[in-house]
Design a protein around this ligand. Sequence first.
Ligand SMILES: [Zn+2]
Length: 316
Amino acid sequence: MTRQATAKPLIQHIYQKKTATQYYKEDNMVNEYEIKKQICEIGKRIYNRNMVAANDGNISVKLNDHEFLCTPTGVSKGFMTPDYICKVNENGEVIQANAGFRPSSEIKMHMRVYKLRPDVGSVVHAHPVYATSFAIAGIPLTQPIMPEAVIALGCVPIAEYGTPSTNEIPDRLEKYLPYYDAVLLESHGALTWAGDLLSAYMKMESVEFYAQLLYQSRQLGGPKEFDAATVQKLYEIRRKMGLPGKHPANMCLNKDGVNCHNCGGSCHSDAAPAVYPFSGAPQTIHGSTDMTVDSRAQSPEVIAEITRRVLEQLNR
Ligand SMILES: [Zn+2]
């Protein structure tokens, strides 16, 4: 049978309750090629949505504990074909790359995410205009202004500035990894991660949309923020939905019992919780790496359900 005949349609495996890791295991030759196509597709979306300029940004996907696919350096992520995609090991060393391609030097920060978050199957780095503007201004995304952003992201802290391609960025990222699935990188851009590629990318879209709304509502005199009780109701909805990943709803009643959305922006710098702030074990509702479960947070049905539950709670 030809590769075309056996290859499943692009992105189809996302709807088959499989992570890239599971999918790869079934038929690693065919499915590795399919995953490379998906990386190219997501690269196009990132480029077409103005989330990167020129050759910026990078994407990676975990195949197993020792093999990762990643985008090459020095090419536009909007014009990639599967032969561009490189394969590296857990140390970021090249396993396979076609002539003329080598992995991005930023692969170090991706590898740090995979190392400290075994539940993560994909990492996306981009420079979306609004999110990056906040990162440059040193303003974390902590204002609770809309239900979807509060439920999907909670707040988005800023990892302190590090020199690109050195270990400074991965080192500064570390303390946020146990608690968040999205961060701004100071004076640089944004980084998101999730169980699967589509979810990691959608998280990037969500971060940028949240940043854009925050920016534009500030032009209109400032957003009307939810009060702490409303934020807690939204967090409760997220907990009940059992969504995977890390989120302030699951851990961030930081310090004085004040949630992340009310910490006055101290998510930036050393105020990010270095240890789990509650006595007792963290809740483990975020253990799943199931691709469809992770993608659930983004589906129209779930958004509709979130909206319904939010309205129900708010009208109580
Ligand atoms: Zn960058």
